[in-house]
Design a protein around this ligand. Structure first.
Ligand SMILES: [Zn+2]
Length: 303
């Protein structure tokens, strides 16, 4: 009985030792640290001493790399920022300081245009339509009554939603070409006020968001649809500030005041100037900044 027990005991010790040895070898291979209560009876295999916790991730990572050479990164949708800057393949003409080439893909309504991110002189959207609700006589049914289709439809929806609450708004100016910006606005402003003053409120040609066909100036009935710094205090201006994001618009120059241009946007505050960026981006910006976040801050472009 004692003999049998001893034999059995010896056999079972041998089995334990074998299991422990196997486990330690395994642990050294897969890099998993295991508790060993039998160290007095079983010599620890040398390799296990070289395995440290810091070895674990690289060992395990090696096992997860696909062997077939396929790209492990799934194709990602470009972010708003990537889209906003997607015409960075443009080249600047040193003679004019203007972008020479520009590519704007059809759905790229998040493009950033400001003092440091110009459009090419020749850029003109090819999907513009005449907006239904315009102040008559401003654009004389010309290009300035137009916006890119996506922005026009969003604005019309916004006007109709406002009207249901007895808020009446209309577009004053939509698209402005490079030439319009230069000949009708910027050059005359420079002549009248000098360049420094002109730059505070009027975009240089190629730097106006109006050239994207995604920005517009809006007026309200209580001010006879005029452009006014007080628009923001009217019921129409307040409604626009509160609701335009629901239709994909942002008020653009929110870091400026009536007199001082904003540090990021570079322009005085224009409560009437709204820009289409899509409902997702506009809503996110509204939630982040309550209507006070600039597009530059949202995109993280602070130069
Ligand atoms: Zn404007």
């Amino acid at each position: 009985m004692a003999r049998y027990n001893k034999k059995k005991s010896s056999g079972s010790l041998g089995a334990v030792a074998l299991i422990v040895l196997a486990a330690m070898v395994l642990s050294s291979v897969i890099g998993v640290a295991m508790g060993n209560t039998e160290t007095g009876k079983t010599p620890a295999p040398a390799p296990s001493n070289t395995v440290t916790p810091s070895d674990v991730p690289s060992g395990n990572n090696g096992e997860t790399v696909p062997q077939n050479g396929a790209d492990p990164e799934p194709a990602k949708e470009p972010t708003a920022k990537e889209k906003a800057l997607s015409r960075q393949d443009f080249t600047i003409d040193p003679a004019t300081g203007m972008a020479k080439e520009i590519k704007i893909v059809d759905d790229n309504y998040t493009i950033l245009v400001n003092r440091t991110h110009p459009l090419a002189q020749s850029y003109k959207p090819d999907d513009m339509v005449t907006v239904k609700y315009v102040v008559s006589g401003v654009g004389k049914k010309g290009e300035t009554d137009q916006l890119r289709k996506v922005a026009a439809e969003a604005f019309e929806k916004m006007v109709e939603a406002a009207a249901e609450q007895e808020i009446n708004i209309k577009m004053r100016t939509g698209f402005r070409s490079y030439e319009y910006q230069k000949d009708r606005l910027y050059d005359p402003e420079v002549k009248n006020k000098g360049q420094a003053e002109a730059d505070k409120a009027t975009a240089r040609p190629g730097h106006s968001e109006h050239q994207t066909g995604l920005a517009l100036d809006v007026g309200g009935e209580s001010q006879k649809y005029a452009l006014s710094y007080e628009f923001g205090d009217t019921k129409e201006g307040k409604w626009v500030a509160e609701h335009c994001h629901e239709f994909g618009f942002i008020i653009r120059y929110v870091d400026g005041t009536k007199k001082e241009p904003g540090k990021l946007t570079g322009y005085v505050f224009e409560p009437w100037h709204i820009r289409y960026v899509g409902v997702d981006v506009a809503t996110e910006m509204y939630e982040l900044g309550g209507g006070k976040l600039t597009y530059e801050e949202y995109l993280g472009i602070l130069d």
